[in-house]
Design a protein around this ligand. Structure first.
Ligand SMILES: Nc1ncnc2c1ncn2[C@@H]1O[C@H](COP(=O)(O)OP(=O)(O)O)[C@@H](O)[C@H]1O
Ligand SMILES: [Mg+2]
Length: 235
């Protein structure tokens, strides 16, 4: 569904991604793991059109999408759940969700239907539909950020460190949600520093170090790889 070939990108003149290639087959969860500063967020920003690659190709459904705008990325079915959630603190849960449907040309009824569907998927958010985003707990904010992304009906969901700052029990919950979404048909690119959790839900993993992919393999084999264990799993 998504393929990056030799993608190079940077901020101004500072190069960050040094020619990365990865493949994301439809219906799978693929994870991109790596330390802080490796270039994971930059990769997601490049896929979603926030940054423009200097070189290389990004293919979505076999067609190049280099340099599309973030709005166009959403309309093609690519949704990003950004690092740090970025929910609108002074808007209610329901209003936050409406912002997720913003790019859709649908009439009001369509987004209301969509909203009902989202509250079925996240009953916890339904109880808080009129509560301000800023007053939610970290776990609830992460659920809201995921639900907001889903409001655009994406085929491809990009998740940037959904477990960041969450207590272990909530991390489990968020990963259960990711698994569930995948069972319902979503293709997922999961960026994580929590390599153990990420590799436990993904089929394939890519390891990124200072702007390059240094390793890619099935998640199972990466979990058993001594190099990965020493660097990312604390074994
Ligand atoms: N807006 C920016 N301007 C300049 N450099 C940046 C910016 N954002 C990130 N970087 C740099 O790009 C590199 C990769 O960052 P990032 O993609 O955020 O890594 P990760 O998500 O893996 O922690 C880091 O060296 C970081 O300092
Ligand atoms: Mg990041």
């Amino acid at each position: 569904m998504l393929e990056l070939r030799g993608v190079e990108v940077g901020y101004g003149r500072v190069p960050v991604l040094k020619g990365i290639s990865l493949e994301l087959p439809e219906g799978q969860i693929v994870t991109l793991i790596g330390s802080n500063g490796a270039g994971k967020t930059t990769t997601l920003k490049t896929i979603t059109g926030i940054l423009r690659p200097h070189a290389g190709t990004i293919l979505f459904d076999g067609r190049p999408i280099n340099g599309i705008s973030p709005v166009e990325a959403v309309s093609r079915g690519i949704a990003l759940v950004p690092e740090g959630r970025r929910i609108f603190a002074s808007l209610s849960v329901q209003e936050n969700l409406r912002m997720g449907a913003f790019s859709r040309a649908d009439r009001k009824q369509a987004w209301m239907r969509q909203l009902d569907g989202m509250f079925e998927l996240f009953p916890h958010l339904a109880q808080r539909r009129h509560q301000l985003g800023g007053t939610l707990s970290g776990g609830e904010q992460q659920m809201l950020a995921i639900a907001r992304a889903l409001m655009s009906n994406p085929r491809l969901l990009l998740l940037d460190e959904p477990s960041m700052g969450l207590a272990p029990l909530l991390v489990e919950q968020i990963f259960a949600i990711i698994r569930d979404l995948n069972r319902r048909g979503a293709t997922v690119l999961l960026v994580e520093q929590n390599a153990r959790m990420a590799l436990s839900v993904a089929s394939v993993g890519y390891v990124m170090e200072i702007g390059s992919i240094v390793l890619h393999d099935t998640a199972r084999r990466l979990l058993d790889n001594p190099q990965v264990q020493a660097a990312y799993l604390g074994i």
